[in-house]
Write a protein that binds this ligand. Structure first.
Ligand code: SF4
Length: 403
């Protein structure tokens, strides 16, 4: 049975296909690392050294710590580090790391707010028949029975307090701390958003912890159902640019394979040629239709004016006669209109609804996907649906980092 973790579940939530590559097929690709992850690791390592030394009664001066960070940076830097945001260089990221550390140092010096119990601490939990685990960046305590779980973040995006109050990762670690230390009466969850020099705190009640366990169990059940049905659809998002499996992903493989090609090879690549021709034809078609519709509209207006001026409703052409029939158009109030509701009710109450209503495929499919209808009914309806191979082609602009 697999051992689950917050990051394992998050990977599935972000993209089931990425989960499959990572955890089912355990695909190993040539090591590539985003500069953001590299920065995060070096800052974590430096803070680990700071507290490791404090445990041994040695308080490093900030200059030593920054030198340690710079050495780590130089020793670990490699050619496969990817900088997705082209407007920034490695030096910008390194300067950010230095700033994170010196701000942190200034804020917490002399680091005596609490006592560090463990660094990079492995915590394990077991509930609902599942095993989970995680690593706490720093576990500390203020007094007996009062624990603090610290997490360091170097992300530039600062979530709202509501997100922290609903965060799964540290609350999960709280379960581990409570299981591993019987004296844990209260646990503070603390995030250090180093880029913003900000500390955010949150707490969980026993009721919230029980709900969290239930949510995690149902998420694991979703993951295991996907595994049983081998159903791992790719889910494209802003995170794709940082995904190591782009080269294997049907939504990204062609993009990443063709991006480095020299222009002449790129333009000869069969897929590129097809898309470019398709775009040309679609644009020609759109221009033609616009021109054609514009002309048709103008002629219709001229015909109406002619028929009024000459007081005729039938006009002769060379091979065809054209007849203009004028009538008053009737239409229904739109669905958002209150009048529409009254009309629907009137027809339903009269028992004539079935005479005028018709089953609409897209509305029915939407209803089948929602949870509003009973599962049993949805299952029965599914049997009547005829499955056909279909496709939809859509065009969109290349995003900044794809072009
Ligand atoms: S590139 Fe995006 S859609 Fe494809 S596997 Fe990775 S995260 Fe999923």
């Amino acid at each position: 049975m697999p051992v689950y973790s917050h990051s394992r579940l998050s990977t599935f939530e972000n993209c089931p296909l990425q989960y499959k590559f990572s955890y089912i097929e355990e695909v190993e690709l040539e090591e590539e690392e985003g500069v953001e992850a590299f920065l995060g690791s070096r800052v974590h390592d430096t803070l680990e050294k700071l507290y490791q030394d404090i445990i041994h009664s040695k308080l490093d001066p900030v200059e030593d710590l920054l030198s340690f960070f710079e050495e780590l940076w130089a020793e670990n830097w490699h050619d496969n580090i990817v900088i997705v945001r082209k407007e920034y260089t490695a030096e910008h990221y390194k300067a950010t790391g230095r700033r994170c550390l010196s701000d942190y140092y200034k804020r917490y010096h002399p680091f005596d707010e609490s006592k560090t119990l463990a660094l990079e601490k492995l915590v394990t939990m077991e509930f609902g028949g599942y095993k989970l685990r995680g690593y706490i960046d720093r576990l500390s305590h203020k007094r007996d029975g009062h624990y603090e779980i610290h997490d360091y973040k170097t992300a530039r995006y600062l979530p709202t307090q509501a997100r922290f109050d609903g965060d799964r990762q540290l609350a999960l670690y709280q379960i581990g701390v409570e299981e591993m230390w019987g004296d844990a009466e209260s646990v503070d969850l603390i995030w250090h958003y180093l880029v913003h020099d900000k500390e955010i705190r949150s707490k969980r009640t026993p009721v919230e912890i029980e709900k969290l366990k239930r949510d995690i169990i149902s998420q694991i059940e979703i993951v295991e159902r996907a595994e049983a049905e081998d159903d791992f659809s790719p889910r494209e998002s802003g995170l794709c640019g940082w995904c190591s499996f782009q080269v294997l992903c049907p939504l990204r493989a062609h993009m990443v394979k063709t991006k480095p090609l020299p222009v002449n090879e790129f333009l000869k690549e069969p897929g590129v040629k097809l898309v470019n021709r398709y775009v040309e034809l679609r644009e020609e078609k759109r221009d033609f239709i616009e021109r054609f519709e514009g002309e048709l509209e103008k002629i219709e207006e001229a015909l109406l004016a002619y028929s009024e001026r000459e007081d005729v409703d039938v006009i002769r052409g060379s091979d065809k006669r054209l007849k203009i029939t004028r009538y008053a158009k009737k239409k229904l109030p739109t669905k958002s209109d209150e009048e529409r509701e009254r009309l629907d009710k009137l027809i339903m109450d009269s028992g004539k609804w079935l005479d005028v209503s018709d089953l609409n495929t897209s509305t029915l499919l939407k209803a089948l996907e929602s949870d509003d209808w009973e599962p049993e009914l949805r299952q029965k309806i599914q049997r009547y649906l005829i499955e056909e191979e279909g496709y939809r082609i859509s065009l969109s602009k290349l995003k900044e980092r794809e072009s």
